[in-house]
Write a protein that binds this ligand. Structure first.
Ligand code: BGC
Length: 758
């Protein structure tokens, strides 16, 4: 079906590395990169990877010059047991796409089936042809299951050597801070068992001794089981033979000690249960699951196939990588690669959760709960940083521990506290879920708010915050970062609001919480005061909100004399050189204008956008979508479309040249967010949801679903703006700043449709 799959026919090494990420499969728990089952020749690079969300080892951070309070250890996502291998021999000849001849090669990932397929016709040296099809899925029904299905048609002797390998390493790359540079070996092998068609390996993380296991077994049609051997310690191989037509289904079950008391034994019994079903039955369940997913999550575009495909790809890959239990989150690269060591960042709260809030609130809730579970670690970190109260969420982490080894662009990003608070508040505004906000949100809001009280100070009646780093990592340790102060204001304001609401509606629960976190009611008054007096820097000469106190004192970056190959700047200039200039890696003040538009006016937003945008390199993949959203807001329609287009291509065309390390999850979310918050202009506010849509002239329409406080709403933007209440009580909705009472349908002219692009 059109725009429901991504297909590739290229086979060169560079592209294959990228495709390993593009064709990754996952289910929020287990992720498998798209490597070739039959392997590659020695001289070819491949990053073979299998990952379990939330499963990590802890390694030392080494500093040349250590100092007080620096994190001494960090979490790291291990590459776990590999069950992808299935070598093929045809009349004794090893099949390899790179040595032998082949034709009709295609690889395709199906978003509606949740399956990856690769097929080709292989020609042996004697000129005989074989039809070979590999199919695989990572089940959305049984989270432990990775399923391979191999079909071979060949008029001759066929052998399949199916492998289970515990001897795996992590990937490392010198001189790139976005990929790990050390600690490749994170696992030790504990046990291996083989018994006819069955193999299992148990491993444990090297430093923390947390076990996990993988058990594999096979079903054969048209062939026979020959033998299973230990090829080396930790590696087993099952040999299967056939003739003419051989079909092998390989069931691999992954279990870890965080979720199972006995990973090996539990895995074996899950495997038994799962094997009662054929590949086709598992595939059908997968199709049904995806059918349910797309019914509410799809964003439909008419008029641009490439954008439709990019959007579905983004939504699909996010669904595959976002953690679905409280033990996991969504890392910067999801479950598709090892970039950023599998760490979770603010990417979750400011990019992924806004997307999930549109129509996947249950998934958003899981990620919020995972953050909630980090509170104790965040308390310790606050204490370590010298704060008497409150929490400091980690800049990057898996377990909750701060894992940043470079504090100016890591620990110093205190805005993470505000980002977490922001996402709890937005969840509340979108769902009205008081129970959740009283049970979890309140504690997060109070504890994060406390930290602003701790780190700021009054200066002539205004509250200021010194020495923090904002979202733009090309400025570090600055005073009064606009973004940080604005999000702190929102954080403080809502801590006070929810406190008052809870005092009225759930006083006993509130008392318990106060006792738990030793909260004194006088703190509420203090928070209220600060939220009213916090300093939001503004430059009256330029009429812009100021990124930070010193930003304008610096020299502007010399873009004219910066060569193309000197980007990203972070790989080519010392941080101090970058910090001394007016140059941005990513949206900062402009991001605050998107998230918190009521703290400024339209004119200031416009001038700020026009000031900062030319100074932004977009070296971070988190940048384009935000500028695009604000371009929509400011009627810069050409720009908005260009930024959206750029964001939609980022991984598909490898524009940042590091897709091989994994897909950029925040940008994938940003692509979808650019349509909903950008083109449709959605904002989730206290009074109602607001939209301010426009339609790119290349498209005839676009549409999506919103779940708003128990209602299902459909929004379609064409020459008209049509909002339909599909289920739930009537409600007010604000369209182009006017209130409409949505009872059944609201349909109005799309005024902004009439404007030509700039
Ligand atoms: C960005 C951060 C982001 C991180 C992980 C960095 O390049 O500057 O804002 O959180 O990547 O995606």
């Amino acid at each position: 079906m059109k725009n429901w799959s991504l297909q590739k026919k290229t086979l060169d090494n560079k592209n294959l590395l990228i495709q390993e990420s593009l064709f990754a499969l996952g289910n929020g728990y287990l992720g498998v990169r798209g490597n070739f089952e039959e392997g590659y020749p020695e001289n070819m690079n491949s990053i073979k990877g299998t990952y379990i969300n939330g499963y990590y080892d802890v390694v030392d951070i080494s500093y040349a010059e250590n100092a007080y309070g620096f994190p001494q250890k960090k979490d790291k996502l291990p590459n776990v047991i590999d069950s992808q291998g299935m070598k093929i021999l045809l009349d004794g000849e090893l099949v390899s796409l790179f040595n032998g001849h082949h034709h009709s090669y295609t690889r395709e990932i199906f978003f509606d089936k949740g399956m990856l397929e690769r097929k080709f016709i292989y020609m042996t040296t004697c000129g005989k042809e074989a039809e070979i099809i590999f199919q695989r899925l990572v089940s959305n029904i049984y989270k432990e299951l990775f399923l391979n299905h191999l079909i071979i048609k060949y008029d001759g002797e066929i052998e399949v050597k199916s492998c289970l390998n515990g001897n795996v390493k992590n990937y490392s790359k010198e001189n790139d801070p976005r990929v790990s540079q050390e600690n490749e070996e994170l696992l030790t092998i504990k046990e291996i068992h083989i018994d006819s068609l069955f193999m299992s390996v148990k491993i444990a993380t090297k430093n923390t001794d947390v076990e996990m296991a993988c058990s594999t077994s096979h079903k054969i049609i048209g062939g026979v089981y020959e033998s299973t051997i230990h090829e080396s310690f930790g590696k087993g191989i099952t040999l299967i033979k056939g003739n003419k037509h051989l079909e092998v289904t390989k069931y691999s079950v992954y279990t870890d000690a965080l979720r199972y008391s006995k990973p090996l034994e539990d895995g074996k019994s899950i495997l038994k249960k799962i094997m009662a079903k054929s590949f086709e039955e598992h595939l059908q369940m997968q199709v049904d699951y995806l059918d349910r997913f797309w019914k509410h999550a799809d964003i439909i575009i008419n008029g641009s196939d490439k954008h439709q495909l990019a959007l579905r790809f983004s939504l699909y890959q996010l669904m595959q990588s976002a953690g679905r239990d409280q033990l996991s989150n969504i890392s910067a690269k999801g479950l598709t690669g090892e970039g950023y060591e599998g760490h979770y960042f603010w990417d979750t709260e400011i990019y992924v959760i806004p997307l999930l809030l549109i129509n996947q609130v249950e998934s958003a809730k899981k990620l919020l709960l995972n953050r909630y579970n980090m509170l104790d670690a965040a308390r310790e970190e606050a204490y370590m940083l010298g704060h008497r109260k409150g929490v400091k969420f980690p800049w990057r982490t898996i377990s909750g521990r701060e894992c940043s080894g470079y504090f100016p662009a890591g620990t110093a990003q205190y805005h993470i506290n505000g980002d977490v608070a922001y996402s709890f508040i937005q969840y509340f505004l979108m769902t009205g879920d008081e129970e959740f906000v009283f049970n979890y949100g309140m504690e997060v809001l109070l504890e994060t708010a406390r930290l602003w009280v701790e780190i700021g100070h009054y200066d002539n009646g205004v509250f200021k915050i010194d020495d923090v780093t904002g979202p733009d990592e090309y400025s570090a340790i600055v005073n009064n970062n606009y973004y940080t102060n604005a999000i702190a204001k929102y954080n403080l304001l809502w801590a006070v609001k929810i406190f008052k609401m809870m005092k009225e509606k759930a006083p006993e629960k509130l008392d318990k919480l106060k006792e738990k976190i030793h909260f004194n009611e006088t703190e509420i008054e203090e928070m209220k005061n600060i939220s009213e007096h916090i300093y939001l820097p503004y430059d009256s000469e330029l009429g812009i909100d100021l990124q930070d106190d010193s930003f304008l004192n610096k020299k502007k970056w010399d873009f004219e004399n910066t060569r193309e190959d000197q980007y990203p700047l972070l790989l080519n200039f010392h941080p101090l050189t970058i910090y001394r200039h007016q140059v941005l890696k990513q949206a900062d003040t402009v991001l605050a204008h998107f998230l918190l538009e009521d703290y400024t006016d339209l004119k200031t937003m416009l001038k700020s956008y026009e000031y900062y945008e030319p100074l932004t390199t977009h070296d971070s993949s988190l940048s384009h979508c935000i500028y695009g959203i604000m371009a929509s807001k400011l009627d810069k329609f050409n720009k908005a479309y260009e930024f959206f287009d750029e964001s939609s291509r980022l991984d598909l065309d490898n524009t940042h040249e590091n897709t091989e390390d994994g897909l950029h999850m925040a940008n994938l979310a940003g692509t979808a967010v650019s349509v909903i918050y950008g083109f449709a202009g959605l904002r989730i506010k206290e009074d109602a949801i607001h939209i301010e849509p426009w339609l790119p002239k290349e498209w005839s329409n676009y549409s999506f679903y919103l779940e708003y406080r128990g209602r299902n709403i459909h929004v379609e933007i064409s020459d008209k703006i049509k909002v339909v209440l599909i289920s739930g009580e009537p409600v007010n909705i604000v369209i182009n700043q006017s209130i409409y009472y949505l009872q059944n349908v609201v349909e109005i002219e799309n005024e902004r449709r009439k404007y030509e692009r700039d």
